[in-house]
Design a protein around this ligand. Structure first.
Ligand code: KIV
Length: 284
């Protein structure tokens, strides 16, 4: 029987000085293959707003859309932990609506949720989720839902003081009960210091080599999303070229009568065909 990755597995990996992998997925078949490949956590990131839905920021995706993608991914996964990103304003209005939205994601198949930020209100949301049985992944450093208040895609924790501030925020998240914390766009040395001073594992999203986990947006990794490539994303494939080449070849084949071939059509039984040919002959 497949052993499902849990919060305990993730903590043990940190305690043993090992590493775990996190990738985003938004659809059933991608999730299935990432799970089969051994990825430990599959994140339905709100990055799907940009890479799957074509919005210009993550702000524009809502709970309804995240729900559809969560259901699709959860159906494809057997081993990995499935984590859904709570989208912009789905947990910021009041505790009741936050818990309702979180609870629905769990009903749709998420094993945990990810929440950005560290305010007293957010800490309370995290506590209430954990008390209700929902593991929470925190997210500090550059937090895309705060893009407009941060003022741009800026590296966070760039000084000793700023590093200490992130560590302080991380410790509060840890006390509130998160099982891991994403550090996004933080200098490697700062992320290392923060990681060394926490019990729970950190997950690097452009935060260098010393975090326990690494996360990447799968469309960046596959070379599918080509509008921009963050410095920390590594392109492992060229799906854009693959899709373009397949589509161009198909277009050519259709227009030159090369698709479908004899092997790709259904045929009538011989006696039925004879009748059809006789009928066709009679009409001419
Ligand atoms: O939305 C997302 O995909 C994320 C990860 C990149 C951490 O938040």
């Amino acid at each position: 029987m497949i052993k499902k990755v849990s919060v305990n597995t993730i903590q043990k990996i940190k305690n043993n000085g090992e590493k775990f992998s996190v990738l985003t997925a938004y659809d059933y078949s991608t999730a299935k293959y990432l799970d089969e490949a051994g990825i430990d956590i599959i994140l339905i990131g709100d990055s799907l707003a940009m890479v799957a839905l074509g919005y210009d920021t993550t702000h524009k995706v809502g709970v309804d859309e995240m729900s559809i993608f969560t259901k699709a991914v959860a159906r494809g996964v057997s081993r990995a932990m499935v984590v859904t990103d709570m989208p912009f304003m789905s947990y910021n209005i009041d505790i009741e609506s936050a818990l309702t939205n979180v609870c629905n994601m769990v009903k749709y198949g998420a094993n945990a949720v990810k929440i950005e930020g560290y305010s007293d209100y957010i800490l309370n949301v995290i506590k209430r989720c954990v008390e209700s049985g929902v593991p929470v992944m925190g997210h500090l450093g550059f937090t895309p839902q705060f893009l407009n208040t941060i003022g741009g895609y800026n590296i966070q924790g760039k000084s000793f003081d700023a590093t200490l501030r992130i560590l302080e925020q991380a410790k509060k998240l840890e006390q509130a009960g998160v099982f891991s914390i994403v550090l996004e766009m933080v200098p490697e040395e700062s992320a290392r210091y923060i990681t060394e001073n926490l019990t729970v594992p950190t997950i690097s999203c452009g935060a260098g080599r010393y975090c326990t986990g690494q996360v990447m947006v799968s469309d960046d990794m596959f070379g599918k999303f080509s509008e921009f490539k963050p410095k920390f994303a590594r392109k492992y494939g060229d799906m854009k070229s693959l899709i373009l080449n397949c589509a161009k070849q198909y277009d050519y084949d259709v227009k030159h009568g090369l698709y479908p071939s004899d092997d790709e059509v259904f045929n009538l039984a011989e006696d039925e065909l004879k009748q059809l040919d006789l009928h066709r002959g009679a009409k001419c």
